[in-house]
Design a protein around this ligand. Structure first.
Ligand code: ADE
Length: 249
């Protein structure tokens, strides 16, 4: 998968060199290209922003550098290559969900446009929405200083779904929010060795070797946790996805 990120703070994307994403790059699973938006400015001050039409606080990112940057990046695709999905982080976008991460993980090429200030001149989004699949995406109901941290969040969520990135392919199958048997439930608690730590033991059932009882216990824990932390998830889940035992809880 190819990922391009256009930003005025390329150094903010340094974490893409470490851990899971860094290793995926080193192994050639991910081709990450971070670009400095100011490379597509032509004035002495490398200006990327200006005051908003209609007045109001803050600054708006100018369309010209974005247009030149995106045109050049789009033209750099291999001949015959499918055009990228353009991912625009913005607090006014659609929510970023595991479902969207799964969808994006199936695309061969993503281009991210993290903005600063009050956002990018609207005409840029319109211009590319005519030719590309453009997704305006919010990572949550809070406002950050820019879209770079959201890009890190989204890239990590997508990269761990790519074949060969996680050591154990099964390990994202029972994630909270993963589709499947525990759909719509948060993951319950996990334990490892030693069997006793500061006087605290391990739930007996996990030592029983009884797979059926362990699965039942995990399901009950997931249900209890979801009821406590995210009652909204239980309310909106398909009643068919709940078993008899859940409904009694
Ligand atoms: N830019 C600023 N805040 C954001 C958010 N919550 N999600 C995506 N992009 C953002």
């Amino acid at each position: 998968m190819r990922l391009d990120v256009v930003t005025i703070f390329p150094e903010y994307l340094e974490p893409l060199n470490v851990s899971l994403v860094g290793k995926a790059r080193a192994r050639g699973v991910l081709d990450v290209r971070v670009h400095d938006l100011r490379d597509w400015t032509h004035d002495r001050h490398n200006t990327v922003d200006d005051t908003p039409y209609g007045g109001g606080p803050g600054m708006v990112m100018k369309p010209e550098p974005w247009g030149e940057a995106l045109d050049e990046i789009l033209a750099s695709g291999e001949p015959g290559q499918e055009p990228p999905v353009l991912v625009v982080p913005t607090p006014s976008g659609r929510p970023f969900t595991q479902e969207l991460a799964v969808e994006l993980a199936e695309k061969p090429w993503l281009v991210f446009t993290p903005a600063r200030y009050e956002g990018i001149d609207r005409r840029v989004i319109e211009e590319y929405a005519d030719r590309l699949d453009v997704r305006e995406v919010s990572i949550g109901d809070y406002v950050l200083a820019g879209g770079e941290a959201p890009v890190l969040v989204m890239v990590e969520a997508v990269a761990r779904l790519l074949p060969g990135v996680l050591g154990n392919a099964a390990s994202h199958q029972d994630d909270s929010f993963a589709p499947g048997a525990m759909a719509d439930l948060l993951e319950g608690p996990v334990y490892t060795k030693p069997p006793e730590w500061r006087g605290r033991g391990i739930p007996e059932v996990l030592l029983s070797g009884h797979h059926g009882r362990i699965a039942r216990w995990r399901r009950d824990q997931a249900f209890a946790r979801t009821a406590a932390h995210r009652p909204d998830l239980i309310e909106r889940c398909d009643p068919e996805a709940l078993d008899k035992h859940d409904r009694a809880a």
